[in-house]
Every structure is written in C-alpha cells, then in structure tokens.
Design a protein around this ligand. Structure first.
Ligand SMILES: *Cc1c(COP(=O)(O)O)cnc(C)c1O
Length: 378
C-alpha cells in the first residue's frame, strides 16, 4: 500500500508534469513574472467556471478577505459578524482593520453559521456578514441573503474551502458557492481544492463598481499609473501560479468528483455507528469535501485526542480543524470581541476529527483508514 497522506500534492503533478513544466518554463522565458497573460487568462477562465462577472486575483485568501472588507469603507468599531468555528484568517482581518469581531454560533450538523444566531447578532452597527463555507459545504445562503437584505448589510462569502460547490435555491436555480453574496473570496493555498504551487487568492463579484474598487485596492489604490486615490495594498497573483492554476482549474470538477467518491466510501463505512457521526450533507448544496470531518458524538473526556493519537500511531494521518475556536484565541482579547452563545462551537471543537481527503486516495488506503478508525471503538 502507498503511504497515506492527509493531502497528496505530488501524484497529480506526475500525471500533468509535461503540461505544467511547459507552462512554468513559458512564463520564465517570457519574463512576464508580474501580471503576465496567464493571470488574465486564469481570471477569465475562473469567472467563466463560476459564472460570475468579475474575478480579481490577489496574493492569498487572507488578502482577499482583507481587500473585500477594505472595499466596504468601514469605520473603526463597525461590527463584522463571522462564525467563531473557522480558520483564523476570516476573523483576523476584521481585527487587523480595527473593526469589531462579532462571533456567531454554527449549526451542529453543517458546521456553518447558524441563521438564528446570525439574526440575533445583528445590531445597528453591523456593517458586514462573513459566512464561511466550511469544509466544502455552502452555508444556508438563501436565508443569509434574506437577513442581509432586510438590514441592507453586505455579505462577503469566505469560499476558501468550497470552490466549485453548488448552492441550490428553493426555486430550483443554482449558483456556485462564493458568487451569491456581495463579494466572495477564495484561496489557492496548495492544499485547497483548487491549489496553486505556492500562494494565491481571488475575489469575486457581479458588481462592476466593486470590482473596480477591489482591483484598485489590490494595486496600491491606483486609478491610473502613479495616481493613488485610496489607501490600498500590494496583493498580486504570481504569473507562474496563474499558469499552474489554469491547468489545475481544468481538473477541478474531476477532482471534486473523486473527493465525493472518497466521502461516499467513508460514509458507508461509518453508517449507523453509535459514536462516529459522518458529515451531514445539506440538500441545499453540493458538498465538495475540502475536508472529511467526523464528529465523535460522545462526552467521554479526551476521546477525540486519544483516537487521533491511535490513528497517528497506525500511520493514518488525521487533523483537528480547528483545535481552538476564534472566540478562545488570545489574539482577540485586546479587541473586545462580541460573543454570543457559542456552546455548539465549543462542543464541536472538542469532538471533530478530519480524515485524509484528496482525489488520489485508493480503495486499499480507504479500507485501511476506515478499518483502523472502526477498530479503535471495538
Ligand atoms: C485557507 C483559508 C483562508 C486563508 O487563505 P490563505 O491563502 O492561506 O491566506 C481563509 N479562510 C478560510 C476558511 C481558509 O480555509
């Protein structure tokens, strides 16, 4: 059996080596390292894939969130609602911009922002809502947009983990995750579903004026060369990364299908288990399984950490995403963050464990993983 990896970034490269090597060498030979043609080509191809009017590339997913928030012209102290159960980047940029982090609760089944908690967290000072499509599953965007529209609050979808996911509206139409709110953001960090071979990120919007503003902010607030109208930053997608992403985008749907097959295998192995709870798949979206995250539905102390250690000893990689929720991070102590009841966030934090998830897992490996997980409980 091949050694099992949490994420496999090498096998696909071996398959695509010729194409990728040629694309990278072409960039080097052209010397168009910054804003070369592959950057525009990739932005267009991704806009086309997502069916969104504008894709604005940038340096990473954290920058994408920051630039999106900067485009809203918020004032220090304005409140931004995010889930606490997310990767730190989502909320870190809120604090970085001297805005007030407001931590909302998540749903116990989907891990995504809880709509009732979101509604309760809204005050007259709420100036943005940042739902995170965690692990590959879209938030309940129809409900979120209804609340946001009632209060006229912009929505930034953090789509770093769910690129390619579909959201199904009640009227039967569908949109790609990240293209439903005012803006969407994503990350091309190598381990993401659409990863580069280094850092990268992008913002999406259907709003022409916002697209222009995002482009400007990512480029030193520049309206024309050496004329800087607003304070911005320097956040660019590298041409070499764009050339690689152009090739990898063509693999995305195939890779998502392979991820879903892995999830189906896991689901089947864990079904009807008294403690292991497989990820819930809400009917309103297609889950693209950035992570396959189990809940250990037990109050036994240290059970999750003990299983984690057991699996590691058997050479079954596993990860805890994330061991400390936002509202318990030291970083925010100085920011006087607002918290609502986060009992579900705390409950999940102690019970989640993620198994290897990538398109290259074969049946022998999946059998080994699931047998070891089940053996722990026997
Ligand atoms: C990875 C990730 C980010 C940050 O992306 P980087 O490219 O690493 O800056 C932001 N939000 C979520 C939910 C992520 O998973």
């Amino acid at each position: 059996m091949r050694a099992i990896q949490m994420v496999d970034l090498k096998t696909e490269y071996q398959r695509l080596k010729k194409e990728i090597d040629t694309a990278v060498i072409d960039v080097i030979e052209s010397a168009a390292f910054i804003n070369g043609k592959p950057v525009q080509d990739f932005s267009k191809a991704l806009a086309n894939y997502l069916d969104v009017k504008h894709v604005i590339p940038c340096a990473n997913g954290t920058d994408a969130l920051q630039i999106a928030m900067m485009a809203l012209d918020l004032q220090p102290g304005d409140e931004v609602i995010t889930p606490s159960f997310t990767y730190i980047a989502t909320t870190e940029v809120v604090a970085l911009l001297r805005l007030k982090p407001v931590f909302a609760e998540v749903d116990k089944q989907t891990f995504n922002i809880d709509v009732d908690s979101l509604r309760k967290a809204i005050t007259p000072k709420t100036k943005a809502i940042v739902p995170v499509h965690l692990y590959g599953q879209s938030c309940d965007m129809e409900a979120i947009m209804q609340i946001a529209n009632e209060h006229n609050i912009p929505v930034i979808e953090d789509n770093a983990q769910s690129i390619g996911g579909d959201y199904y509206f009640k009227d039967g139409t569908s949109k790609k995750a990240g293209t439903i709110g005012t803006m969407g953001t994503t990350s091309f960090y190598p381990a993401k579903n659409l990863g580069a071979y280094g850092d990268g990120g992008a913002m999406f919007t259907n709003d022409d004026a916002l697209a222009q503003k995002l482009t400007m902010i990512a480029n030193h607030g520049q309206s024309k060369r050496y004329y800087h109208d607003v304070v911005g930053c320097n956040s660019r997608l590298d041409t070499i990364q764009a050339a690689i992403l152009n090739i990898r985008l063509q693999q995305l749907d195939k890779n998502i299908a392979a991820r879903i097959s892995v999830a189906d295998y896991y689901d089947n192995a864990f079904k009807d288990h008294s403690i292991i709870q497989a990820p819930f798949r809400a009917k309103n979206n297609r889950h693209v399984f950035h992570q396959y995250t189990l809940i250990l539905n037990s109050d036994k102390k240290d059970l999750r950490d003990d299983l984690s250690k057991y699996l590691s000893d058997k050479k079954v990689p596993n990860m805890i995403y994330y061991p400390v929720p936002g509202h318990r991070q030291k970083m925010f102590e100085a920011f006087d963050a607002i918290e609502y009841n986060l009992a579900v966030t705390d409950w999940l934090t102690e019970r989640v464990i993620s198994l290897p998830m990538h398109p290259e897992l074969d049946e022998e490996q999946l059998q080994f993983i699931t047998e070891n997980v089940l053996a722990y409980f026997n």
